[in-house]
Design a protein around this ligand. Structure first.
Ligand SMILES: C[S@@+](CC[C@H](N)C(=O)[O-])C[C@H]1O[C@@H](n2cnc3c(N)ncnc32)[C@H](O)[C@@H]1O
Length: 247
């Protein structure tokens, strides 16, 4: 039973990625990400340890902290981050991007309008924005930010495209933090026990199980990423793949 996920099952495809996915279920999936990410993704820890000190340094230099959340889905991580930075008195310009226009439409409708904290100050270019675009397009536009983040995106990308994706992230951001699941049979069993999720009108249960089968072991991420990247485990079932440009 515990060798269940010894091999990565990269060929599996999440239901949310289907072009003809049921709209209502897809929208509920974006909404469910909000709760799921609060419970399991541990961005608050990542924020306290890696992001806040960096953001404070940028603010101290008199600049707005610029962030790009790649593959933002329903926009919840960008939204959390904007909120935390605001609470800490740090001015930020955060853009959530996704190649799926359904995700961006949902994020625009639900993560900006519902948040009075996300008011836009065009003069100082502070705010929370969402755009349907790719890292490739942003690199072509010579877009630069202080930090690129992504959550549950690495395992989504076809294996041969991961390295080019990481290269683009590193071209966009002075620092990059990729936060993803660590493939683990125990995590799979524990998540599978959240059986009531199966009855939600969303893809969260089946796609969550698929994601766990497609995610990486620490060693696999170390082997696929190039020089300058490092992998860190985040207890209990997370991996951070991080990059910092040499100054
Ligand atoms: C599992 S969802 C995660 C969404 C969100 N980050 C979260 O954690 O709730 C993965 C998202 O990544 C997006 N995605 C996959 N490959 C991408 C790429 N190359 N560039 C931008 N977005 C991508 C998908 O469209 C999808 O919305």
């Amino acid at each position: 039973m515990f060798t269940l996920l010894s091999q990565r099952q990269a060929h599996l495809i999440e239901q949310m990625d289907a072009k003809d996915a049921d709209c209502k279920q897809l929208e509920q999936t974006y909404a469910d990400f909000y709760t799921l990410n609060r419970l399991i993704s541990q961005w608050k820890r990542v924020y306290a340890k890696y992001i806040r000190p960096h953001a404070k340094e940028i603010q101290r230099q008199g600049n707005v902290f610029k962030v790009c959340d790649v593959g933002c889905g329903g926009g919840d991580i960008a939204f959390f981050l904007f909120n935390w930075l605001k609470k800490d008195g740090i001015n930020a310009h955060i853009t959530g991007i996704d190649i799926d226009d359904r995700a961006i439409a949902w994020a625009r409708a639900n993560r900006i309008a519902s948040a009075e904290i996300a008011q836009v100050n065009k003069k100082k270019s502070i705010g929370l924005f969402f755009e349907c675009t790719s890292t490739t397009e942003l690199v072509c536009r010579d877009h630069k930010v202080d930090l690129v983040i992504n959550n549950h995106v690495l395992h989504h990308i076809p294996f041969e495209k991961i390295n080019p994706f990481l290269t683009e992230c590193a071209a966009l951001g002075t620092r990059v933090i990729c936060n993803d699941l660590e493939r683990s049979s125990l995590a799979y069993i524990l998540f599978s026990l959240c059986y009531p999720l199966r009855y939600r009108s969303s893809f969260i249960y089946e796609d969550g199980r698929i994601s766990l089968k497609k995610s990486f072991h620490k060693k696999e991420l170390e082997e696929l990423s190039s020089k300058g990247w490092r992998v860190q485990r985040l207890f209990p079932f997370r991996l951070l793949l991080m990059y910092e440009a040499k100054s």
